[in-house]
Design a protein around this ligand. Structure first.
Ligand SMILES: *Cc1c(COP(=O)(O)O)cnc(C)c1O
Length: 219
């Protein structure tokens, strides 16, 4: 299927409260433009350099999301334009984002990445560590970052029960946090292979790459 048809398919299929973040990593600008012409405005990348290069060339009304692991020394390159950072996993990183956002006279929205999968390869922090960040005096003094939700990645497996229980676990953490932090509105979970389960479990934002743009070629 064409990229534009895929975008239309997801837009009609996803419930209205679930945002679609089209993951365009490794894909050329012409592919992004095809999705853009079909009405897509939120794009996600996992490398800061690649996202910055694309942002310079592509329309200004694209909302750029950083979904990958963030190195602190590279935050400055995306601080002028990034609209949501999905994978914040430390207070130190949050401090750097706050500093760079301030230099750019902006507020940058962030999600805390919670580790819900068993795989060691997945990044993220525990619910306890996330709560510690939200409760910290340091965060309360940051005027240029705003934590607006949580993000998580399920184990890469065909075992749907396992994926379901990991996403349900994250949804429970999210609901629990929301009682104390009403600013938390976004729950980023679900990719090409598991977004249907994620949506059933209460995702508000799915991150879909290969089923929109085709398989990635890393060469
Ligand atoms: C690449 C990536 C995705 C999209 O993965 P697909 O399986 O291609 O949909 C989603 N989230 C993150 C964090 C990613 O790095």
């Amino acid at each position: 299927m064409e990229i534009s048809e895929n975008i239309k398919k997801y837009k009609s299929e996803l419930p209205p409260n679930v945002k679609l973040c089209a993951i365009s990593k490794t894909k050329p600008n012409e592919d992004i433009l095809e999705a853009y012409r079909a009405g897509q405005r939120i794009f996600g990348e996992n490398k800061i350099q690649e996202m910055t290069d694309k942002q310079e060339e592509l329309p200004d009304d694209i909302e750029w999301h950083m979904v990958g692991h963030v190195q602190r020394n590279k935050v400055k390159y995306m601080a002028p334009f990034v609209s949501l950072i999905h994978a914040v996993d430390s207070l130190k990183l949050l401090k750097e984002i706050n500093k760079r956002a301030k230099q750019n006279e902006r507020t940058i929205n962030c999600l805390l990445q919670i580790k819900i999968a068993e795989e060691d390869s997945k990044f993220g922090i525990s619910a306890e560590d996330a709560k510690e960040i939200l409760d910290s005096e340091a965060y309360s003094k940051m005027n240029n970052v705003k934590i607006i939700g949580l993000m998580g990645m399920a184990t890469f497996t065909d075992d749907e029960d396992m994926v379901n229980s990991e996403f349900s676990n994250l949804k429970n953490i999210f609901d629990d946090f929301k009682k104390d932090y009403p600013d938390l509105t976004e729950l980023s979970m679900g990719m090409s292979g598991d977004y249907k389960i994620a949506v059933k479990c209460g995702s508000t934002m799915v991150r879909i790459g290969s089923s929109i743009f085709g398989a990635r070629n890393y060469n």
